[in-house]
Design a protein around this ligand. Structure first.
Ligand code: ADP
Ligand code: MG
Length: 225
């Protein structure tokens, strides 16, 4: 498969809430039988993204999402009839792809989807370990550390995910709040600040004389643009 058929979409998140919001965005794209693969080191934010998926899919018990530590997988049931189950697998603890097969993934020639995927979305942490058996139709999510609270996240649409990743359009240019450096959506009501608090801090600095200006203020500076 050439890279042209595998569109990518990259963003940078500042803090766990932004990574959850991306998970929520992915949840809006899922359908029955989907597979989402999460790749990234320990503490990258894979489970954080699953929390956002759970929130977006509105599954029951979404407040309790955690890495499956003592069991190989968790299942979160839909909170409404007709909703999809969220199956959360941590491949770190799998000994081999056989373990995944014994859970009913992938299916067989007579039942290609397999028992595990039917009526569900399967999200796999440490997907690299089981990549060959995940199949062709995968949303591949790669998360890398950029700093203590900054993560670079790239989504790659493989197979039937390609059009869905294309539909996400161009990622919004990342803007930083001038006060606390958090990421700010351009649509934010406090833009370019992240919150009313940072907006007030900025005003306080102006009034307190912390900011220097290199020319006198003239009338055009005071007019609304
Ligand atoms: P993983 O499942 O990849 O091992 P977790 O999601 O369990 O990682 O943990 C990620 C940790 O990093 C959490 O403690 C979270 O609060 C923290 N964190 C800091 N910044 C971010 C960010 N931008 N995105 C996701 N998690 C972040
Ligand atoms: Mg985890």
């Amino acid at each position: 498969m050439t890279p042209r058929t595998q569109p990518t979409w990259t963003t940078t998140t500042q803090g766990p809430e932004e990574t959850m919001a991306l998970g929520e965005k992915c949840a809006a794209l899922v359908s029955d039988g989907d597979v989402i693969a999460l790749d990234g080191d320990l503490g990258a934010g894979k489970t954080q993204l699953v929390r956002g998926l759970a929130r977006g899919m509105a599954v029951a018990n979404r407040g309790s999402v955690a890495s499956p530590t003592f069991v190989l997988m968790h299942e979160y049931q839909p909170s409404k009839p007709g909703g999809l189950v969220l199956v959360h697998i941590d491949a770190y603890r799998l000994h081999s792809a056989d373990d995944l097969e014994s859970m009913g993934f992938p299916g067989s020639a007579v039942d290609p989807l397999g028992e595990l995927r039917r009526g569900a979305v399967v999200v796999v942490e440490w997907a690299r370990k089981v990549e060959p058996i995940l199949g062709e139709n995968v949303l591949w999510v790669e998360i890398t550390h950029q700093g203590p609270t900054t993560r670079r996240i790239t989504l790659t649409g493989r197979g039937d995910w390609a059009d869905r990743v294309r539909s996400m359009g161009t990622p919004a240019p990342s803007t930083r709040c001038p006060i606390c450096k958090a990421g700010v959506e351009t649509a934010s009501q406090f833009f370019p600040f992240c919150s009313s608090r940072c907006k007030r801090v900025d005003l306080g600095r102006w009034l307190g004389g912390s900011y220097k200006i290199s020319r006198p203020i003239d009338q055009s500076d005071l007019e609304e643009t």
